[in-house]
Design a binder for this molecule. Structure first.
Ligand code: ADP
Ligand code: MG
Length: 267
């Protein structure tokens, strides 16, 4: 239902609190598979929100919508107050520069050492002199504990180190928004814990709107300020971490407890 409001009231509504990342009633299908089914979420600014949900439920598809790599069939994704598909390709490209993204595998360039990987966005998107680039790259490398590995190639280091290098690179343009797609995938529990703490530490120091996609409950417990649970292409719960972990929604309880009994079946 759309209410008809006097102009002044409409203006007052649209001047209300603006979230940096707003997903509005987004639908997305691939062929006959309906992946996002009216998904809406205003992510809390300047906080870490984890997006939890079973495998194959559309978490990565959601992330690709937020960064403007996939276009919704219906609905809208607003970033920094702009409809990301309502602007030109050039403008979308500019908006993307304000995101740091850590993809599942770190997505490092295999032919470059870690230093050049982390320097890459600065060389590509800025005209900074190499001396300034060096300062930023080294400070980020120290932050993630890789200052001694800058000359290594990605295939010479562990999966955990690759994630940290990917994180250092994601932060290099000082993004307002950082997105992580399953930062914990392929890591053992100890390295997962260390990476979770690193994400928290960096967020505490620099702030920003962080979105962490995961299906790992311990990661969510460690890093979350807010939790969104998605299932079958919709948000079934969104709220602060305490509320999520104490929810009485049977699906949320089952999923967050990893229990076999409950509404969540194998389908
Ligand atoms: N580009 C694509 N083309 C076709 N199907 C896709 C595409 N991207 C994702 N899918 C399908 O959408 C579903 C959700 O995928 P995904 O978002 O990657 O799940 P997850 O929640 O595990 O991240 C999967 O069934 C996947 O096969
Ligand atoms: Mg995924």
């Amino acid at each position: 239902m759309t209410a008809v409001l006097p102009h002044a009231e409409q203006a007052a509504q649209s001047a209300g609190p603006q979230h940096t990342i707003q997903v509005r009633d987004v639908y997305k299908s691939f062929g006959s598979s309906h992946i996002l089914n009216g998904l809406s979420l205003d992510f809390q600014d300047d906080a870490i929100t984890t997006v939890l949900g079973p495998s194959g439920t559309g978490k990565s598809v959601l992330l690709k919508h937020i960064v403007g790599l996939l276009e919704p069939d219906a609905g809208e994704v607003r970033v920094f107050g702009t409809d990301i598909w309502g602007v030109s390709e050039e403008e979308r490209f500019e908006l993307r520069k304000r995101f740091g993204v850590l993809f599942q595998d770190g997505a490092l360039f295999g032919s470059m050492n870690l230093y050049d990987n982390v320097a890459f966005p600065l060389r590509r998107h800025t005209d900074m002199p190499e001396s300034d680039i060096r300062e930023i790259v080294m400070s980020n490398m120290i932050e993630v504990g890789l200052e001694k590995a800058i000359h290594k190639a990605p295939n010479e280091i562990s999966g955990g180190m690759r994630k940290r290098a990917g994180f250092a690179r994601a932060l290099v343009l000082k993004p307002d928004v950082v997105l992580f797609d399953e930062p914990d995938s392929g890591l053992d529990p100890v390295r997962t814990k260390l990476l979770s703490h690193l994400i928290q530490k960096v967020h505490a120091e620099h702030g920003g709107t962080y979105i962490v996609i995961t299906h790992d409950i311990p990661t969510a417990r460690t890093v979350s300020d807010y939790v969104a649970v998605i299932w079958k292409g919709k948000v079934v719960h969104y709220g602060d971490a305490d509320g999520a972990f104490n929810s009485d929604n049977p699906f949320v309880r089952q999923f967050l407890a990893g229990a076999a009994e409950g509404p969540l079946g194998m389908d």
